[in-house]
Design a protein around this ligand. Structure first.
Ligand code: ARG
Length: 470
C-alpha cells in the first residue's frame, strides 16, 4: 500500500464499529495533523486542565491524574525538542497526542477522554491558540505604532501635498499623514483585542454537542485555562466558528490598511513623485536592469492582502450552510487563520523595521505641495472672511485659477491689481495668506493639519502608547 497510510482498525481511535480498513485516499484527505499540530501545546494545556478537573470531581483518582499529566508533560517536552513523530494515520493533533499518551503510560491514558469530545477539544485549542497569538500580534502593533509616532515626530514641519482623487488637494504635514495611519492601526489593534475578549469563553465540557452526564466542573477548567467564563450553550460552544471569522475580519482590515500604506510608499518612492527613498535593506534590484530599486516588501504586503481577505471569504462560505452542530467542514478553519496570523505578524514586523530607515526628500514634497493651486481654498476662505458668501468666493477663485492656468503661474504670483479686477476685496495681505506654511498652519481646527494640532495628536499618542506598557 504505497502510501503507508493504511492502518488496521485497532490503531484507529474510533475503530470499534468498523471491520474494514480506511481507504488510503480517505485517510490522506481527511487528516489535518500537518496543519493542526501547531496547536499541540494548547491541546496539552487543555488536556491537563481537563484531567485535573476530572480528578477534583473524583472521576479520576489522584494516581491516574498524575500519571496522565506526567505523560502529557513528557510528550510536551518531546514536541518542544522537535522529537515528536506525527502520524497522519492518527488524523489530527488530538488523536496523535492521546495515542502517544496511551503508548507511554498504558491503558489509563484512555481515561483522559472521559466526559470530553474532540468537538469541544478542538474549539478550546483553537481559542487558546488565537488568544496567545493575538496577544503577540498586539505587541507587534505596539512596536509599529511607536515607529509611526517616532517618524511623525522626527519629520514634524515637512510639508507634502494632501490628495483627494490622487489629485493635489491641500498641503498637509507629512506627520499628519503618518498620524492618520497611527489612528487606523490603533483601531486595528483595539479591534483585535476586542475580538480576543469576545472569544475568551471556554467550550470545554460541551462534549460532542449536548454536554455530558458526568459531574464535571466547567467553571474550573475555564478558570485554569484563564478563560473569562464558560461558553454556556453546549451546542453553540462546539458549532460556531464566529471567533475565527472575527479574527480573520480583523486581520483583513489590518491588511487593507497596510496595503494602502504600501501603495502610497510605492507611489512616493517612484521617480515621478520622488518624495522618499526606501532603505536598501527592504528593497531589491532587477536581474536585468541594473539601475532598478524595487519596493518589493510594499508590493508583497499589498499582494498578501488578497490571501488574508481570501481566507475570511473562504471560511464565511464554509460556514454558511452548516447545520448545528459540529461538521467536518469546520476542520477547514485552521489553515486560513494560521496563515492570516503569520501574514499580519510578519507584515507588521517588516513595516516596523522598514519605516525607521525611510529617507524623505522634503524639497520635492514641498514643491509638489505648492503646485496645482493647492492654496486656492485659502483664497476663497480669505474672501468669505471678508463677507463674500463661500459659494461666490469659490466662483471668483475659480476664475482667478483659470487666469493663472492660462499664464502658467501660481496664484500667489498673480499681480494684486489683476486679482482686484476680479474681486476688489482682495488686499495686499493676501500674499502672506497664500504662503505654504501659512496655509498649513491655518488649518488649526481640532484634528486639522496645523502644527499645533499635529502636536496634540503626537502628545496623545505618546500617552496612549506609554499607558499600554504599564
Ligand atoms: N480535526 C478535527 C477538526 O479540526 C477535530 C474535531 C473532530 N471531530 C469529529 N467529530 N470528527 O475539526
Amino acid at each position: 500500500m504505497g502510501t503507508g497510510y493504511n492502518r488496521r482498525s485497532s490503531t484507529r481511535m474510533w475503530g470499534g464499529r468498523f471491520s474494514g480498513d480506511t481507504n488510503d485516499l480517505v485517510q490522506a484527505f481527511g487528516a489535518s495533523v500537518e496543519v493542526d499540530k501547531r496547536m499541540a501545546l494548547e491541546d496539552i494545556e487543555g488536556s491537563i486542565a481537563h484531567a485535573s478537573m476530572l480528578r477534583a470531581q473524583g472521576i479520576l483518582t489522584e494516581q491516574e491524574c498524575s500519571t496522565i499529566c506526567a505523560g502529557l508533560e513528557s510528550i510536551r517536552e518531546d514536541i518542544l525538542a522537535g522529537k515528536f513523530v506525527w502520524d497522519i494515520a492518527l488524523e489530527d493533533v488530538h488523536m496523535n497526542i492521546e495515542h502517544e499518551l496511551t503508548k507511554r503510560i498504558g491503558s489509563v491514558g484512555g481515561k483522559l477522554h472521559t466526559a470530553r469530545s474532540r468537538n469541544d477539544q478542538v474549539a478550546t485549542d483553537l481559542r487558546l491558540w488565537l488568544r496567545r497569538t493575538g496577544e503577540e500580534i498586539t505587541g507587534e502593533f505596539h512596536q509599529f505604532r511607536s515607529v509611526l509616532v517616532d517618524m511623525a515626530e522626527k519629520h514634524l514641519g515637512v510639508i507634502m501635498p494632501g490628495y483627494t482623487h490622487l489629485q493635489v488637494a491641500q498641503p498637509v504635514l507629512f506627520s499628519h499623514h503618518m498620524m492618520a495611519y497611527y489612528a487606523m492601526f490603533t483601531r486595528d489593534s483595539e479591534r483585535l483585542s476586542q475580538a480576543l475578549d469576545r472569544m475568551n469563553y471556554s467550550p470545554l465540557g460541551a462534549g460532542a454537542l449536548a454536554g455530558t452526564g458526568f459531574e464535571i466542573d466547567r467553571a474550573a477548567t475555564a478558570k485554569q485555562l484563564k478563560f473569562e467564563d464558560v461558553a454556556l450553550n453546549s451546542m453553540d460552544a462546539v458549532s460556531d466558528r464566529d471567533f475565527v471569522l472575527d479574527f480573520l475580519s480583523c486581520a483583513s482590515i489590518v491588511m487593507v490598511h497596510l496595503s494602502r500604506l504600501s501603495e502610497e510608499l510605492i507611489l512616493w518612492s517612484s521617480q515621478e513623485f520622488g518624495f522618499i527613498t526606501l532603505p536598501d535593506s527592504h528593497t531589491t534590484g532587477s536581474s536585468i536592469m541594473p539601475q532598478k530599486k524595487n519596493p518589493d516588501m510594499c508590493e508583497l504586503i499589498r499582494g498578501k492582502t488578497g490571501r488574508v481577505c481570501g481566507s475570511l471569504m473562504a471560511l464565511l462560505m464554509t460556514m454558511k450552510g452548516l447545520p448545528l452542530t459540529y461538521n467536518k467542514d469546520m476542520q477547514e478553519d485552521k489553515e486560513g487563520v494560521f496563515d492570516a496570523a503569520d501574514t499580519i505578524r510578519m507584515s507588521l514586523r517588516i513595516y516596523s523595521t522598514m519605516l525607521v530607515d525611510i529617507q524623505l526628500h522634503p524639497e520635492r514634497m514641498r514643491n509638489a505641495a505648492g503646485s496645482a493651486y493647492s492654496n486656492a481654498t485659502d483664497l476663497a476662505d480669505y474672501l468669505s472672511r471678508k463677507g463674500v458668501p463661500f459659494r461666490e468666493a469659490h466662483e471668483i477663485v475659480g476664475r482667478l485659477v483659470a487666469i493663472c492656468l492660462e499664464e502658467g503661474i501660481p496664484l500667489e504670483s498673480l499681480p494684486l491689481e489683476k486679482m482686484q479686477e476680479i474681486s476688489p476685496l482682495v488686499g495686499p495681505e493676501i500674499r502672506e495668506c497664500l504662503r505654504l506654511d501659512r496655509v498649513v498652519n491655518a488649518r488649526s481646527s481640532l484634528g486639522g493639519t496645523a502644527t499645533t494640532e499635529v502636536e496634540r495628536q503626537l502628545k496623545l499618542a505618546r500617552l496612549q502608547l506609554s499607558r499600554e506598557t504599564e
